[in-house]
Design a protein. Structure first.
Length: 442
């Protein structure tokens, strides 16, 4: 048997027949704590805010955090709905329920969404939907729509959701915190407090179906578009998070780092979402984005109607139709120029756009098939030369421009949603609990 020169000869640990398995003694004790909102839930105007006051010895496993919410659908005056009411929750209620989120660590504003929080979370879920995650998403009642009609008689996601929420019966859903720091596998050390705040989305955004028809003097009268006849009532909302007591040897090392003046670091990947309006009657669109941060790892774009973006009972805010999009071009100007172009066929021939999403996912499973891509038409572009896992890329500050061309004149106002993923390093000085970040997330 010949071995390549300079190649290191190894053999798998499975052949170490006399060696026992390694022992992980890093965690001495763990339990889940429940954090309840600081404000009453009975007002839809109140934000849902969770406050955690740290202890001297507990670490927090942020990636384990989840929010258990109990809800029900009622009429606007909080009476029970009947079987004749054609209404249920939107296809991705776990993402739609909150319009904005904010995170403060020791009073430092670490994260604040910019009004497009539901789409950021929805996109992140779509791009990371492995078989395991797909099952987990059903805990948040994610049953996507397969048709444009909200008809409980057809075998659609709408019918499934309506069966769960009918007659104002209470239902539970579980969602993750969906904040970039909470995706980190590194725990939050003792003596760091946090305040996590969610702002509720409008009822017309989180519910779908049709308005009830009132009859007055023999004349059918419809409710105004901006007056939703139904209400999503949140009766319970609890943040559950795992706290840890680590082995003394690990705690001593952390204290030694602090005494030596070293900061605690959390490398995270942050998804930023921006929107741009395309007015009705357009055949092309060009945007200029001045990047204040480093060049993102990738950029993905999709189109959503202005009506759906604002939220109505009759529309699905997470439906991304192609809208006769013919091509998407990305230009990056800097020390070197990056140009990427994706040409799309008819709305029934979108395979190049679909494959761009698969490439950007880095080999992970995505929650979109070739068939469902017709209503989840997201086009993605890689902007970094390599994808080494758990590694950051050199910082490149550039100007990015997106060009869109349509096969036909647009017939309604559309919004371009632009998703950009950035590498971010969060640093905490354990001596005075001050925070800093290498790229502002707000």
């Amino acid at each position: 048997m010949e071995i390549i020169e300079h190649s290191q000869e190894v053999y798998p640990s499975t052949f170490n027949l006399a060696n026992p398995p390694i022992t992980d003694s890093s965690i001495v004790q763990s339990d889940y704590i429940q954090i309840f909102p600081t404000l009453p839930l009975n007002s839809s105007g109140n934000p849902i805010q969770f406050q955690y006051v740290s202890s001297q010895s507990h670490y927090l496993e942020l990636e384990s955090a989840y929010i258990l919410t109990e809800c029900k659908i009622t009429t606007h005056d909080e009476k029970n709905i009947t079987s004749s009411d054609n209404v249920t929750i939107v296809e991705d209620i776990q993402d739609a329920i909150f319009s904005n989120a904010e995170l403060l660590i020791s009073s430092f504003p670490l994260f604040r969404s910019k009004g497009l929080y539901p789409w950021s979370v929805h996109y992140a879920n779509l791009l990371s939907e492995s078989d395991t995650n797909k099952n987990a998403l059903t805990a948040g009642l994610y049953y996507p729509d397969t048709t444009t009609s909200f008809d409980a008689l057809t075998k659609t996601g709408y019918a499934k959701r309506k069966g769960i929420t009918n007659l104002s019966q209470p239902f539970d859903l579980i969602r993750k915190a969906f904040i970039s720091l909470f995706d980190s596998s590194r725990p939050l050390p003792p003596l760091l407090d946090f305040t996590l705040t969610y702002h509720r989305a409008a009822d017309s955004f989180v519910l779908c179906g049709s308005e009830p028809v009132a009859v007055s003097g023999g004349t059918t009268v419809a409710k105004p578009d901006n007056n939703c006849s139904y209400k999503l009532v949140i009766t319970k909302c609890v943040l559950n998070i795992r706290r840890l007591i680590l082995h003394d040897s690990i705690v001593k090392k952390h204290k030694a780092l602090a005494a030596a003046g070293s900061n605690y670091l959390w490398p995270v990947r942050h998804l930023e979402t921006k929107s741009f309006l395309i007015t009705s009657g357009s055949t092309e669109y060009q945007s200029e984005l001045m990047l204040s941060q480093s060049l993102p790892e990738y950029v993905a774009i999709c189109l959503v109607s202005q009506t759906a973006l604002n939220g109505t009972l009759e529309t699905n805010p997470f439906r991304f139709d192609p809208h006769n999009l013919a091509s998407v071009n990305i230009h990056v100007d800097g020390s070197s120029t990056i140009f990427r172009s994706i040409n799309l066929g008819s709305d029934d021939r979108l395979v190049q756009g679909f494959y761009s999403l698969i490439q950007t996912s880095g080999g992970r499973g995505i929650g979109i098939t070739r068939d469902s891509y017709k209503t989840k038409a997201i086009v993605a572009f890689d902007l970094v030369p390599n994808k080494l896992e758990n590694a950051f890329h050199p910082i490149t500050r550039s100007t990015l421009r997106i060009d869109l061309k349509f096969r036909q004149v647009t017939t309604a106002n559309l919004f371009v949603l632009c998703f950009s993923q950035y590498e971010t390093l969060i640093s905490v000085d354990p001596r005075d609990r001050s925070l800093s970040i290498d790229a502002m997330l707000m």
